[in-house]
Design a protein. Structure first.
Length: 318
């Protein structure tokens, strides 16, 4: 067991599918794009580790299923993410996930979901984490699109800057690698929670070994948010990949469309967008990592000062 230290007793008891998508869980099979991973089925009322009482199944996705649960030791409502056994078919994958879980469980930031413990018992691997009340950013985006109520520039900036703050903290320890609306939770107070650190690489490695194809041949279901270097087999990935993903999200919040191929000026779609801010987003979406901002803090600074025609120039001018 990997335990998180110093968990506050005041963590809200809230309801979440925790980045596992927005499809109600009906079976124990996880059918993400290109994946068919069998997740262990747990009955409501099952007690794990003589501590966690499993309750209703509330979500499923490409990596497993998520249950509401009650932690008898803490007397607290939590979420349990039961991960697909196929992801842990070899010792290397288990060791990788243990390392990622150790890092994630020690992250302590208001905009990062609290992960408490990792348990691996035979074929059963699960994370315990805080239960969230609210909805994913993807749900919010869909609701606004249906209602014809686009994000204002200030609303989009607030979301992305809060995301950047979470990533700035996390990048001292790890790289997320799968920043997307489905992995961003908006709580009932409108604050952001970033979820699912480290799981994308595990899933990618599993699919590559299963299919024998290269990273470039995988869609992973979220290619629009993945930096170009993430799609190239053997290409190193660092924190600038998360910057690209944050910029792709910013682009979509402002335009209502995803980044695809060569993009023109955002001001053609969003005429009220300052030219400086348009250039900031373009810089962070550069194909080559070295052409982006040097880190997520520099990207956030450029967003904040985006109206200044000097401050929004590429990273070497900031």
């Amino acid at each position: 067991m990997i335990a998180k230290k110093g968990i506050a007793s005041s963590v809200s008891s809230i309801s979440s599918m925790g980045g596992f998508g927005e499809v109600p869980a009906e079976t124990g099979t996880c059918n993400g794009p290109g994946f068919n991973l069998a997740a262990p089925k747990l009955r409501s009322g099952t007690v794990l580790c003589a501590r966690y009482e499993v309750r209703e199944l509330i979500g499923r996705g490409g990596m497993g299923v998520v249950h509401a649960a009650h932690d008898r030791q803490r007397n607290q409502e939590i979420a349990i993410k039961v991960l697909a056994a196929d992801l842990f078919a070899n010792p290397e994958a288990q060791a990788q996930f243990r390392r990622e879980a150790q890092i994630t469980s020690n992250l302590n930031h208001p905009s990062v979901v609290n992960v408490y413990d990792l348990h691996m018992d035979g074929d059963l691997a699960f994370l315990t984490m805080e239960l969230l009340r609210g909805k994913t950013l993807r749900q919010e985006m869909r609701e606004r699109k249906t209602a014809g109520r686009p994000f204002s520039i200030e609303e989009a900036k607030r979301i992305v800057l809060e995301l950047c703050d979470a990533l700035k903290y996390a990048h001292h320890f790890t790289v997320h690698r799968d920043v997307k609306p489905e992995n961003i939770w908006i709580d009932t107070d409108g604050h952001l929670k970033l979820m699912d650190f480290g799981l994308a690489g595990l899933l990618l490695d599993h699919e590559r070994s299963r299919s024998g194809i290269s990273n470039a041949g995988l869609s992973m279901g979220t290619p629009y948010y993945m930096a170009p270097e993430q799609l190239k087999e053997g290409s190193p990935t660092d924190a600038r990949a998360d910057q690209y993903s944050a910029a792709a999200l910013f682009y979509e919040l402002l335009t209502g469309t995803v980044v695809a191929g060569m993009i023109g000026s955002l001001r053609k779609t969003r005429k009220d967008l300052p030219q400086g801010l348009s250039e900031v987003i373009h810089c962070a979406l550069s194909v080559a990592p070295e052409d982006r901002y040097k880190d997520i803090a520099a990207f956030a600074l450029a967003i904040t000062t985006g109206g200044d025609p000097i401050r929004w120039l590429p990273k070497n001018r900031i």
